[in-house]
Design a protein around this ligand. Structure first.
Ligand code: SF4
Ligand code: SF4
Length: 488
């Protein structure tokens, strides 16, 4: 990367010597953060990704698959429907694998691209920017919002504040509905909530998540990232010298200082200008014009020029703001940019030498393999065989031995299925009663069966017996072994 701006450097040969200069201070930062809205390439990407995330969040529950809500955590039935697949509580290991895989993928991306998750995909960031957008539309830009904060209460201020909180509340209520729509049928939920027809618990949970959204995105905002999010605390462990994260090029930017746009910068007039500002100034300026825009657009209110900070969520707003300033002054872009420590110091960036990168990548691949194996090995039939606890066996009048069992058979699909029951393990076993069964979707059938055997064909007092339930017109089947008892 070229680090020197041509315009600036040619006119300022003394800059090469990096003579210290008194840096004009940044504007004092208010304790309250009002984010200045920023346009730019990274903001387009962020807005696009946030919009996609929000759209998916609200629309996914409305997708139907085989006449049922495609994604639904049905807490009443204790089932999770995901398109054609139904997960039961005993299948939830797969959700654990999914979460572990997502964590490794997040670590893997963090090693390479820093906290892009936080800046571009985290719901906290997405909803905060929605709330800031609403605030800007109603109360005006950053300066107007600061002015409104300071202004005494008036009719206009009250109207703006009421309108803002009303819209924030509406967004929060919709978000609460959006979240609960993953747990109860979505189509009825919105109608029930807005017509006050929802049950007590559904209403309570919707309002609970609505209040959480309102407080998080409206009031707490960056405080969640700074004080509540554990990822912010440990993400630096994953960084190495090749991690690309938002960084200020201090070697190029310092010494920072204001100047007039398009002003020819040479050591003579810079020295003169600075001497007016400070008697200790004795050197030339770097590319940072100290416009403070990078601080004003920052959603966490930090000054990235102070170095890498855990508060930075890598949203790129300061990159766009600084590039805008660089363009105005005719300087090279990326004084603040997504770059690595190695790139800044001119070293090579062999990411394949990063053991963390390779390690997290392998771990993520392994976990993906586990998920595929788990899905592949899952059966849509569940069979449990329970022996009759009342008696080990019964001897019948026609000199045969009888054992009784209860078959607990679960149809884990979302369609009615037909099954056939078999017994095996001895040529003398005979199943008494109906062997063909019909089971409704998601239903568990407790089916009592009796097996008869001829004593001469049995090997001893305890014999192995295998029950098999096979789906008709399909290859799916499940088996379980049990014991068949006979007199010694
Ligand atoms: S936006 Fe760029 S030029 Fe302006 S203060 Fe920040 S680093 Fe300096
Ligand atoms: S310093 Fe602030 S604006 Fe810049 S990337 Fe980090 S969080 Fe975003």
């Amino acid at each position: 990367m070229q680090k020197k701006n041509v315009n600036n450097t040619i006119d300022n040969p003394a800059r090469e010597q990096r003579i210290p200069v008194t840096v004009l201070s940044s504007k004092p930062q208010s304790s309250k953060i009002h984010i200045r809205q920023q346009k730019g390439d990274f903001q387009k990407i962020r807005t696009g990704m946030n919009s996609l995330l929000v759209a998916l969040f609200f629309l996914l529950p409305f997708i139907s698959y085989e006449e049922r809500q495609a994604i639904l955590f049905d807490l009443n039935q204790q089932q999770f429907f995901f398109f054609g697949t139904t997960l039961w509580p005993q299948d939830f290991t797969i959700l654990a694998w999914v979460f572990i895989t997502a964590a490794f993928l997040l670590f893997f991306i963090t090693v390479f691209w820093g906290r892009v998750w936080c800046g571009y995909l985290c719901p906290q960031t997405a909803w905060t920017f929605i709330y800031v957008w609403v605030e800007t539309r109603i109360e005006g830009n950053r300066n107007k919002r600061f002015a409104l904060d300071k202004a005494p209460w008036s009719g206009d201020k009250l109207k703006k504040r009421l309108l803002k909180h009303y819209v924030w509340g509406a967004v929060a209520l919709l978000t609460g509905c959006g979240f609960i729509a993953y747990f109860v049928p979505a189509r009825e939920l919105y109608i029930d909530i807005f017509s006050f027809g929802a049950s007590f618990w559904v209403t309570t949970w919707v309002w609970f998540f609505a209040i959480c959204t309102y407080l998080n995105a409206g009031w707490m905002r960056e405080q969640m990232c700074l004080h509540c999010c554990p990822y912010a605390r440990f993400q630096s462990v994953m960084f190495d010298s090749n991690t690309k994260t938002v960084t200020y090029d201090a070697a190029r930017g310092e010494n920072r200082g204001p100047r007039k746009r398009n002003q020819a910068l040479n050591s003579a007039n810079l020295l003169a200008a600075n001497l007016e500002a400070s008697s200790t100034v004795n050197a030339i300026l770097g590319d940072c014009v100290d416009c403070n825009l990078c601080v004003e657009v920052c959603p966490t209110g930090i000054d990235i020029r102070n170095g890498l900070q855990y508060e930075c969520i890598d949203c790129g707003a300061c990159v766009d703001a600084c590039n805008q300033t660089m363009d105005k002054f005719g300087y090279q872009r990326n004084l603040i940019g997504y770059t690595s420590e190695n790139a800044l110091s001119g070293k090579a960036e062999p990411f394949y030498e990063s053991y963390k990168f390779i390690g997290y990548g392998i771990a993520a691949l392994l976990m993906l393999t586990v998920i595929v194996a788990d899905i592949y090995s899952r059966s849509n039939i569940e069979l449990n065989v329970i022996r009759d606890r009342q008696s080990l066996y019964r001897e019948t009048n026609d000199a045969t031995i009888e054992n009784s069992y209860t078959l607990k058979i679960r149809n884990k699909t979302q369609q009615t299925r037909f099954y056939r029951v078999y017994v095996s393990g001895n040529s003398g076993y005979r199943l008494v009663g109906q062997a063909n069964l019909k089971i409704e979707p998601g239903e568990q059938l407790d089916y009592p069966v009796t097996v008869i055997a001829t004593p001469e064909l049995l090997a001893g007092a305890r014999n192995e017996i295998t029950f098999t339930i096979a789906e008709q017109h399909n290859y799916a089947q499940a088996s379980q072994e049990s014991s068949f008892f006979a007199p010694i």
